[in-house]
Design a protein around this ligand. Structure first.
Ligand SMILES: C[S@@+](CC[C@H](N)C(=O)[O-])C[C@H]1O[C@@H](n2cnc3c(N)ncnc32)[C@H](O)[C@@H]1O
Length: 202
């Protein structure tokens, strides 16, 4: 029974949909706030910066990025998350502060060099082909742009269904970023050791 609940929750976290997806989006927006704030703080987004939030879920990063004057490109493979964001943020979409796409990291619906910064929080666990995914991030990021991957430490992820979540160490992700062509990949671990930011430059 517990393993069935764990599997269902893990599947919703990987691809929120339906009524359960709405509940999960609310839970993510409270439980993931700190990690998203940590990632935004290291993005160096300024007025006019075009930021891709890949796998935006409940859209936690949008308002803080707008407060910095950035415009946001949100991509998520979950159609229900894209539809909810479109409805909730219709004014920002109309004003050109938010562009939304349903899409997968394996093939991003963006031109080469389309964005200045990329953040992706609690998402890399769901990328079976990590090299291909990071290659896509490299393609859509402008030269000198920064990417921030944010993850939870493996030790706080033991309750998830490991057939859904592919847990990777921060060092593995830093090495994979370098292999994908990024430079200066570095791991930052905020106090407490429960989360990591992996930061690199295009
Ligand atoms: C655990 S949620 C995290 C949401 C948000 N970033 C946060 O921190 O609250 C993972 C999100 O990434 C999306 N996602 C997972 N794999 C993806 C992929 N391969 N391409 C695009 N989006 C993906 C899911 O649909 C989901 O909305």
């Amino acid at each position: 029974m517990i393993s069935r609940v764990r599997a269902a929750l893990s599947r919703q976290l990987s691809h929120p949909s339906g009524t359960g997806g709405k509940v999960i989006a609310r839970l993510m927006n409270s439980g993931n706030r700190d990690l998203n704030e940590q990632a935004i703080a290291r993005l160096d987004a300024q007025r006019g910066t075009r930021v891709l939030d890949l796998g935006f879920g409940g859209g936690l990063t949008f308002a803080p990025l707008w407060e910095r004057g950035a415009t946001v490109v949100g991509i998520d493979r979950a159609g229900d998350m894209v539809a909810a964001a479109r409805a909730r943020h219709a004014d920002e979409v109309a004003a050109g502060r938010l562009e939304l796409h349903e899409g997968d990291v394996a093939r991003l619906p963006l031109a080469d060099g389309a964005v200045d910064r990329i953040l992706t929080v609690n998402t890399v666990y769901f990328w079976p082909d990590l090299a291909a995914a990071l290659g896509e991030l490299h393609r859509v990021l402008a030269p000198n742009g920064r990417v921030v991957l944010a993850i939870r430490d493996m030790k706080v992820m033991q309750q998830v269904d490991h057939t859904v979540f592919m847990l990777r160490s921060p060092d593995e992700l830093a090495t994979a970023l370098q292999t994908a062509g990024f430079t200066d990949a570095a791991v930052e671990t905020p106090p407490g050791g429960k989360t990591h930011l992996i930061i690199a430059t295009r």
